[in-house]
Design a protein around this ligand. Structure first.
Ligand SMILES: [Fe+2]
Ligand SMILES: [Fe+2]
Length: 226
């Protein structure tokens, strides 16, 4: 299991933008949902299942255009989207969205698909960093949810059957167990997306170094010919 409290310290301007964007959305979510954790989970999981699918599709199309191997990224991202959708399928048994929330879900999906696709096309590394930071917040929110359940402020209840089957939980599992396994999933997505952003950085550094080396070699060769 990955370290639950792990936080990636922003290392450049793009990371700071990603973190500020995340904190702004966190503020909106906190203001809108307050302590209604079940409703919060339903609405936010409809958004969380978008980036993996959008990113997976864009890399898939790029792989076709460039006839290049994807190094397993597409499957990882589509699995992430599927896993997030299962979070939604679980929480829909815990909280039923209100009419206003259903409208928010539809508008948010429309805006988020377009926004995330644009960010991904403009800066793939920033897009993965944003998801990394979103997932840090998701881990935090599920920890708060768990504390409320443990303190008895929110009534615990039997785990939905869909969750027992998906995570192979014991038959007597409760919502607390479900929140724990979902939080582990979020920590996993956090680490994958931060590492994808890091891999893109490393690739760029390598490419820049290779170009510099080539330029130096060319200059040396030209110097030798004169
Ligand atoms: Fe999730
Ligand atoms: Fe997530």
């Amino acid at each position: 299991m990955s370290d639950l409290d792990s936080h990636y310290k922003p290392s450049n301007f793009s990371d700071k933008v990603a973190l500020s964007f995340t904190k702004f959305l966190r503020f909106l979510a906190d203001t809108f949902f307050k302590k209604r954790y079940g409703h919060r989970a339903v609405v936010l999981e409809t958004v969380a299942a978008v980036p993996g699918m959008v990113a997976g599709m864009l890399i898939h199309l790029k792989s076709l255009r460039k006839m290049e191997d994807d190094k397993g990224w597409i499957k990882t991202l589509l699995d992430e989207a599927e896993n997030e959708r299962m979070h939604l399928m679980t929480f829909i048994h815990i909280a039923k969205p209100t009419f206003i929330e259903r409208i928010v879900i539809m508008i948010a999906q429309l805006i988020f698909i377009v926004t995330y696709a644009i960010i991904y096309i403009v800066s793939q590394r920033t897009a993965h960093r944003i998801v990394g930071y979103f997932e840090e917040e998701a881990v935090r929110s599920y920890t708060e949810y768990l504390h409320e359940l443990e303190a008895g402020k929110i009534k615990d209840q039997p785990a939905p059957e869909v969750a027992i089957n998906y995570w192979n939980l014991p038959l007597h599992a409760t919502l607390k167990d479900v929140v724990k396994v979902i939080r582990d999933d979020e920590a996993g997505h956090r680490d994958v997306n931060h590492s994808f952003a890091n891999v893109i950085d490393e690739r760029k550094t390598k490419e820049t170094n290779n170009t510099k080396e080539k330029q130096i070699t060319t200059k040396e060769n030209l110097g030798g010919n004169n």
